[in-house]
Write a protein that binds this ligand. Structure first.
Ligand code: A3P
Length: 289
């Protein structure tokens, strides 16, 4: 078939369907009681949304599955007519709403900054993110073919991937974290101490759940559980969209898989580029557990 291509808004590559719907996305009206889950792709979006879902439903797994079927946290920039767009789904939702986006700060609809809503950002270290995105683009038929590993390594560094540069995305959101109501989490922290990080999310959502519920949420959101869960493993997505025979959507879920992909030279080069691009920021990632 033909290669899916990316469009662009203000220099940021985005899926063409998102660009086509840009006017509607920019006009989205955020509410003060919205919670917006923000991530760069492949940083643990599915994981955090499952955590948030379970907290919302007070750890009730069955209720969570039903709620998820009805309206799984609409993805703001989703647009694939004739299906309702993310914006349309969000508009039809009961409040308080949980929404999702991968947009960088400069492309977020302005109403989010004016609404005083809550932001939950999850960041993942760049090296594992690159690896995960590479495998995702191999199996995702709606994104361009990544080419070889060596080619994709360059594409990712240059930011010519959907939703733009990892470096700019993470920097942008990190720098705003104290200006708005934001909880900023790291994938690696959730992996290392899920209970502690889930507790932070609970507090942020102003939910008071007891220890047994917290333990349930920890157990239900392990990689193994989520890989086996049809609500989270995307097994129902058609093969023409996600070809899981190439690479599963729930792939490895670990910290440090970059070591199985980066050559020594690539690692040195990446560290140098990282240093340049992240200069002056106080953000600190761990790349191994
Ligand atoms: P890998 O490709 O490294 O395995 P997103 O949901 O933003 O697309 O991110 C997908 C990445 O998060 C994948 O990484 C996936 O395996 C990982 N992931 C999803 N659920 C997870 C969980 N419960 N624990 C750890 N990693 C998880």
């Amino acid at each position: 078939g033909t290669q899916p291509s990316l469009g662009e808004v203000a220099g940021i590559p985005l899926p063409a369907t998102t660009v086509d719907n840009w006017h509607q996305i920019q006009g989205f009206e955020a509410q003060s009681d919205d919670l917006l889950i923000c991530t760069y792709p492949k940083s643990g979006t599915t994981w955090i949304q499952e955590i948030v879902d379970l907290i919302e439903q007070s750890g009730d797994v069955d209720k969570c599955q039903r709620a998820a079927i009805q309206h799984r946290h609409p993805f703001l920039e989703w647009a694939r007519p004739p299906q309702p767009s993310g914006v349309e789904k969000a508009r039809a939702m009961p409040r308080p709403r949980v929404l999702r986006t991968h947009l960088p700060t400069q492309l977020l609809p302005p109403s989010f900054w004016e609404s005083n809503c809550k932001f939950l950002y999850v960041a993942r270290n760049a090296k594992d993110c690159l690896v995960s995105y590479y495998h995702f683009q191999r199996m995702n038929r709606t994104l361009p073919d990544p080419g070889t590993w060596d080619q994709y390594f360059e594409t990712f560094i240059s930011g010519k991937v959907a939703w733009g540069s990892w470096f700019e995305h993470v920097r942008g959101w990190w720098e705003l974290r104290n200006n708005v109501r934001m909880l900023f989490l790291f994938y690696e922290d959730i992996k290392r101490d899920p209970k502690q990080e889930i507790q932070k999310v609970m507090k942020f959502m102003e939910k008071n759940l007891d220890g047994a519920v917290l333990d349930t949420i920890v157990q239900e959101t392990t990689f193994e559980k989520m890989k086996a869960n049809p609500m989270t493993n995307r097994s129902t997505a058609p093969k023409t969209i996600l070809d899981q025979s190439i690479s599963p959507f729930m792939r490895k879920g670990i910290v440090g898989d970059w070591k199985n992909h980066f050559t020594v030279a690539q690692n040195e080069r990446f560290d140098e580029i990282y240093r340049q691009k992240m200069e002056g920021t106080s953000i600190n990632f761990c790349t191994e557990l």
